[in-house]
Structures are given as C-alpha cells and as structure tokens.
Ligand binder design. Structure first.
Ligand code: B12
Length: 215
C-alpha cells in the first residue's frame, strides 16, 4: 500500500532522498496525482509554515522542504500534463509572482493545472514589477493575467499591479485574477479591483474558464 503519510512527512521534514521513490511508488499503485499534491504535499507545506511561524524551524529548513516538494512535483508533472486537455487552445494566460516575492511553488502548480486544462500559459517568474506584467500581457496577447502573492508585505504590489493593468491600453482585453496565501477574495476583488480570485490551482482553472465564458 502506498505510504502517503510518508510523502507528507518527507516534504515537511525535508527528506529529499526519500521523496522520489515514495511518489513513484504511489503513482505506480494508481494513486491520483492531485490527491498526492493537495492532501499530502500542500498539507505538509502548511505544517512547515506553522512551524516557521512558531519559530521551531527557520528559513533553511523551509527551503529544504520546498526543494523536497519541488522534486516530488517533477515526478508527478508528466502524470498531470495534458491529462484534461482536448488539444484545443482555450486561451492565453500570463502569470507571475508579484514584486518582492520569490515564492513560486503555488504559482507553478497553477501553471501546470492551467496547461493541463488546455490553456497556453506563460510563466513570467517571480519578483515581477507591475509594468512587466503589463508589458508581457501585451506582448503575449494575454486573455487573463494571474498574479500570486504569499507575503502580506506584497499587498501593495498586488494592488499596484491590478491598477497598472486596469489603467493600461490592454485593460479591456484582459481579465485579472489573484491568488496565493496572502490574498483573500475580498482583498482581490474589492480592495484591488481584480476580476477573479481562487484559493487553489483547481479554482484557478475554474475562475479562468468562467471569466472567458468557457464554463
Ligand atoms: C516554502 C516557503 C518558503 C520558501 C519558498 C521556496 C519557493 N521556491 O517557493 C522560502 C524558504 C524561499 C521562503 C522564503 C520566505 N518566506 Co516563506 N513560506 C514558505 C511556505 C512554508 C510554503 C509556501 C508554499 O509553497 N506552499 C504550497 C503552495 C502549493 O501553496 P500556495 O503557494 O499557497 O499556492 C496555492 C494557492 O495559494 C493558490 N495560488 C497560488 N498562486 C496563485 C495565483 C493565482 C492567480 C491563483 C488564482 C491561485 C494561486 O494555488 C496554489 C495551489 O493550490 C509558506 C507557508 C504557507 N502557509 O504558505 C511560507 C510563508 C509564505 N513564508 C513566509 C515568510 C515570512 C518568508 C520570508 C520573509 C522568511 C524570511 N525571513 O526570509 C521569506 C521571503 C522571501 C521572499 N522575498 O519571497 C510567511 C509569510 C507571512 C506573511 N504573512 O507575509 C509564510 C506564510 C510562513 C509563515 N507562516 O510565517 N518561504
């Protein structure tokens, strides 16, 4: 039987040498990759965050946990890519993490889920200033711009980025969605004026489809 608790523990304790064989074994037994990610890996990262907040661990441990999760995700990726796509491009999404913020795991999961659902996704990276979101969205012909924010100190950057897009020449061409642990629905929609919010990667696909009239 697949040891899913061991996957959670490998991520939360940063046991990098264990993660790949554990994930491979679970996948070989037919465990749903989304279950591995959502119910075990993300839960592990929540524990890591709580231990960091309680000063039981520090940045290096948080970093090793993140690396462990990323290595596990690399094994899972091919099992998700293309899984739900009909082959027809549903739209173009440009997505990045806001200025000052280097967290990328959640954003990269959103990228993976959107790609596997049939969207063309351009990942413009982390620490992205508002004007770069606008430039890239214009250059790449985005239908939707997504931004990720994990730090509450990033709130002004989320607001500034939404405003930069809404005040630009592409305002009527793109919809703006926000997410990440620092963002609430109220903050995204009411304070920043974004068009959509989602709490997780599956929700990101749902809201993107809704905004483009595909759902
Ligand atoms: C791993 C981690 C790190 C790693 C990041 C590695 C990496 N490559 O990303 C490292 C060690 C580098 C790091 C650094 C820091 N971190 Co950190 N980190 C975390 C941790 C433990 C997990 C984040 C994560 O990957 N979660 C798993 C993913 C899958 O979840 P997610 O990102 O939330 O994404 C999901 C949803 O939010 C949503 N989503 C995400 N993006 C988007 C975008 C859109 C458009 C949509 C619709 C949805 C969506 O879908 C995703 C999938 O379900 C969190 C704890 C937490 N609870 O979040 C702290 C946390 C975010 N970090 C924190 C802090 C304080 C820091 C540092 C400032 C620490 C320091 N003193 O240096 C630095 C900041 C560096 C910087 N400038 O960015 C705090 C933030 C507190 C706050 N209120 O602002 C947290 C909350 C920890 C805590 N409880 O104190 N961190």
């Amino acid at each position: 039987m697949a040891d899913l608790e061991a996957i959670k523990e490998a991520v939360s304790k940063g046991r990098r040498k264990d993660i790949v064989p554990l994930v491979e074994a679970a996948l070989a037994e037919g465990v749903d990759p989304h279950v591995i990610i959502n119910d075990y890996m993300i839960e592990a990262m929540k524990e890591v965050g709580a231990r960091f907040e309680a000063k039981k661990i520090f940045v290096p441990e948080m970093m090793i946990a993140a690396r462990t999760m990323q290595e596990g995700l690399e094994v899972i990726k091919p099992h998700i890519e293309g899984s739900g796509s009909s082959g027809k491009k549903l739209g173009t999404v440009v997505i990045g993490t806001v200025f000052g913020d280097l967290h990328d795991i959640g954003k990269n999961l959103v990228v993976l889920m959107l790609q596997s659902s049939g969207f063309e996704v351009h990942n413009i990276g982390e620490n992205v200033p508002p004007e770069t979101f606008v430039e890239k969205a214009r250059e790449l012909g985005a239908d939707v711009v997504g931004m990720s924010s994990l730090l509450t100190t990033g709130d002004p950057h989320v607001k500034a980025t939404v405003e930069a897009i809404k005040q630009s020449d592409i305002a009527d061409k793109v919809k703006v969605i926000c997410g990440g642990a620092a963002v609430t629905e109220k903050f995204a929609l009411e304070t920043c004026g974004a068009d959509g919010y989602a709490p997780d990667a599956a929700g990101a696909v749902k809201v993107t489809k809704e905004l483009l009239g595909l759902a």
